[in-house]
Design a protein around this ligand. Structure first.
Ligand code: ATP
Length: 285
């Protein structure tokens, strides 16, 4: 669907501009498609038939005011929503065409293919830097020899932009790093399971501007090989790191929906919906 035809009520499917095409050189990662996702906490419906086709090898930003369901949507993509006792959902999440909620699909398989980085850096503080990186593979049952482990630690820390800063102290505890370094360690930990998709929920909101910039560089470098979906409240960040952008909104007690989706530049510079225009210009939210 061309976003110019996307109306506020037309939330059934949101695809980016068909004619826009992926940026040159972006072909890696996996395609992720959410279809008709609705979500509840108890009786409270917080998402209403949200559909979103995330293109592979790109960064997609989810923006919108607080409470409109961005984090819930993100957590549905890798089956974390179901861990909340009162939570329920309907719809499909297709990873390379296969519904991660389909019969026979295991939650561990989804976690292995779809990694997550949280708002607050959460390394294991007493565990060494190297063991933090290896914690993900260990958790999902990957068996690695000593040299494979060493290679994986270096590879993931390099990709996360942290290797040069920590290569001389891999046995130091993860908790001894700065906040920005801890977040890059968490990114390295997520990469160690070799995910196809990396979900990031406001990964810079607890960081200073320098660390934020460093993480943004890391995101841009990673986009060549992993599909990234990032929730951010920072409009400049959305424009700096993403190629595509979805604007979520929950109006007057109604569940969250996608108002508009498309190439980030178009969403920010010439949105089709007045509410998108108002939001990206800081007039509400
Ligand atoms: N564990 C929970 N139990 C009950 N309600 C919840 C829970 N988590 C979120 N909600 C509710 O679901 C709605 C969507 O919340 P969500 O965190 O997904 O929004 P958000 O857009 O990510 O917000 P923010 O930008 O502030 O992080 C909100 O009304 C919130 O109160």
């Amino acid at each position: 669907m061309n976003p110019s035809t996307t109306t506020p009520s037309d939330t059934a499917t949101a695809h980016a501009d068909a004619g826009a095409g992926p940026p040159e050189g972006s072909s890696a990662g996996s395609a992720l498609e959410a279809r008709d996702i609705s979500a509840w906490f108890g009786d409270n419906k917080v998402l209403e038939r949200v559909s979103l086709a995330v293109r592979s090898g790109m960064v997609t930003a989810l923006i919108g005011p607080s409470g409109c369901g961005k984090s819930t949507f993100l957590r549905i993509l890798n089956r974390m929503h179901e861990l909340v006792p009162s939570a329920s959902m309907s719809g499909q999440v297709l990873l390379d065409g296969v519904d991660v909620y389909g019969p026979g699909q295991r939650i561990t398989d989804s976690r292995r293919r779809i990694g997550m980085v949280f708002q607050k850096p959460n390394p294991f503080p007493m565990m060494s830097i190297a063991d933090n990186v290896l914690a993900g593979p260990k958790f999902v049952g990957m068996r690695l020899g000593r040299s494979e482990r060493d290679r994986l630690v270096e590879e993931c820390l390099t990709k996360a932009g942290l290797w040069r800063e920590v290569k001389g102290r891999l046995r130091a505890p993860g908790g001894a790093l700065s906040g920005g370094q801890q977040q890059r360690l968490c990114i390295a930990r997520s990469l160690a399971i070799r995910p196809d998709v990396l979900l990031m929920d406001e990964p810079c909101s607890a960081l200073d501007p320098t660390s934020t910039r460093r993480i943004e560089e890391t995101i841009q470098q990673l986009a060549d090989e992993v599909t990234i979906v990032i929730v951010t409240h920072n409009m400049q960040q959305a424009q700096r790191v993403s190629q595509e952008c979805a604007f979520f909104l929950a109006e007057e007690g109604t569940p969250g929906r996608i108002v508009e989706y498309g190439p980030t530049r178009r969403v920010f510079e010439s949105p089709t919906d007045q509410r998108t225009l108002d939001y990206v210009h800081g007039r509400f939210g």
